[in-house]
Ligand binder design. Structure first.
Ligand code: NI
Ligand code: MN
Length: 228
């Protein structure tokens, strides 16, 4: 399994049988390291309805003729924007296998607003568990700290977990370190930081705190790939 970070919460996960992009916020993030038209994927996964996660999902799904996978209500809002879109709705704990691997949605504690179209809409935010090439990746989405992260870690033998560390809208450095201790993954990737001033963090400080607790961290510059 290969993980490529495109800034903010955007992650490309590539396996032997296909690729998926999570939360492709690219055009509005000049530092992302890729243009949406250059992505070749089998699915677009969106953790929640905020624009810094929906990003270029519609464009990428249409270009690649592939589905947007998200929680049911968010899929309905996507189709409301463009009835030609393919979507694959799931509920919380919903699981599905595809040719590229499998996905399961987990809970995330975060805002429910959907920033698509003019009317205020709602859909539960989620985290995502992907199993690709027998390896397990947990993308926590945008979330505050919650105790059931321990359960998520107990139920899945997580090889790598992407955790928001930016604070303000999600967990900050101390909370993400507590989360990592609960999850018990083999390694952790920090996300959702330094994109805007409001979520500026010293990632070196995060790495130090992780190291103190014997937790392995993988910090990726935008556009860089890590092979799990
Ligand atoms: Ni958000
Ligand atoms: Mn966000």
């Amino acid at each position: 399994m290969k993980i490529t970070y495109y800034g903010h919460s955007a992650i490309l996960v590539q396996g032997e049988n296909g690729s998926v992009i999570i939360d492709p916020f690219l055009r509005q993030n000049p530092a992302s390291g890729i243009k949406p038209e250059n992505l070749v994927v089998d699915a677009v996964i969106v953790t929640h309805g905020h624009m810094d996660h929906i990003g270029d999902s519609i464009e990428i799904a249409k270009r690649n003729n592939c589905p947007i996978i998200a929680i049911d209500e968010l899929c309905k809002h996507f189709v409301g924007q463009d009835s030609t879109l393919q979507t694959y709705p799931l509920g919380l704990s919903g699981f599905c296998e595809f040719s590229w691997g499998s996905i399961k949605l987990t809970q995330a504690y975060h805002g429910h607003g959907v920033e698509l179209g003019e009317n205020l809409a709602y859909a539960l935010p989620v985290g995502v568990i992907l199993k690709i090439d027998k390896q397990i990746f947990y993308h926590a989405g945008d979330t505050g700290l919650f105790g059931d992260m321990r359960l998520i870690g107990e139920l899945h033998n997580i090889d790598i977990a992407a955790l928001p560390i930016g604070g303000r809208f999600t967990m900050d450095i101390p909370d993400s370190v507590i989360a990592a201790e609960m999850i018990g993954a083999k390694r952790y990737l920090p996300i959702h930081y330094n994109t805007f001033d409001a979520i500026r963090q010293d990632v070196g400080k995060w790495q130090k705190e992780m190291l103190k607790r014997g937790l392995q961290s993988v910090v990726l510059e935008n556009g860089k790939t890590y092979t799990v």
